[in-house]
Design a protein around this ligand. Structure first.
Ligand code: HPA
Length: 270
């Protein structure tokens, strides 16, 4: 694994040597942040040694290097999901590569179903904690001592200073935004009515199929994480209806300018 990470890092550095300060993972329908980046270089995932190749149509897979405001960043446009058939180590490989490239903070976005009855479609939810219901764990197996400890601490899974800053940014920019707990499920199916109820009872505000495993490898390496969900469907009793991927993407599109503004301003305040 360490050799594979190093091979990917060497390949990328050969093409673009500026060290990015922060990394950003863009999720479903949230690609427009990429247009705000003053792009200096892009690399398609399929060209990077040991990178998995994206299979979901709504995700185009490439790394974008450039500046957002005055900050050097690297953007993952398109991410990998466990439901696509990859192992947890494969899904999270790019996060380890970004860390070894030199990023000091990780920003993640995703689409999620709401469990909290106060949330509306296209609202944002800053993730302040998570519950992991994934069947696998990317840290399972021999520990990579070079990256982090066997038993990583998770008492601050999401950087609480950035959570507070993001809520301030949302207020300043008049963006509908909550903070809450994200629960990660394997997918690819959405939840039954009983499952949505169960996820609410165990303490979650929103449910999705990503982010938590990315957070785990990041926190293993002590990389501070900020993550935000866009609410694309309502998993709340009385509001649950048949969901199509088109509706999920449409709700994400409405939130796209808000999400972009929030992350851009949050990064400017670091
Ligand atoms: N459940 C799980 N994952 C999701 C959902 C949902 O309702 N919406 C977007 N991703």
């Amino acid at each position: 694994m360490m050799q594979q990470i190093q091979a990917a890092v060497d390949f990328i550095r050969d093409q673009y040597s500026t060290v990015p300060q922060f990394g950003i993972i863009l999720g479903t329908g949230l690609g427009s942040l990429a247009q705000e980046v003053d792009q200096k270089h892009t690399i398609n995932y399929e060209n990077i040694p040991h990178f998995p190749v994206s299979t979901v149509e709504s995700h185009s897979g490439r790394l974008i290097f450039g500046t957002l405001g005055n900050t050097e960043i690297v953007v993952m446009q398109g991410r990998f999901h466990y439901y696509e058939g990859y192992s947890m180590q494969e899904v999270t490989f790019p996060v380890r590569v970004l860390k070894m490239l030199g990023i000091s903070k990780l920003f993640i976005s995703n689409a999620a179903g709401s469990l909290n009855p106060d949330y509306r479609l296209s609202d944002l939810m800053v993730i302040n904690d998570h519950i992991n219901l994934q069947p696998g764990n990317p840290l399972r197996g021999p520990n990579l001592d070079e990256l982090g400890p066997r038993f990583p601490d998770m008492s601050e899974a999401y950087d609480q200073i950035m959570v507070g800053q993001a809520m301030e940014v949302a207020l300043d920019l008049n963006i509908p935004c909550h903070q809450g707990v994200y629960v990660s499920v394997p997918g690819p199916n959405l939840e039954t009515v009983a499952e949505y109820k169960y996820l609410r009872v165990i303490g979650a505000d929103a449910v999705g199929m990503s982010t938590v495993h990315e957070n785990l490898v990041a926190r293993h390496m002590e990389l501070p994480v900020f993550a935000v969900s866009v609410i694309t469907d309502l998993g709340v009793p009385g509001k649950i209806k048949k969901i199509s991927i088109e509706e999920v993407i449409a709700a994400a599109k409405v939130a796209e300018p808000r999400m972009t503004a929030l992350i851009k301003e949050l990064i400017a305040r670091q």
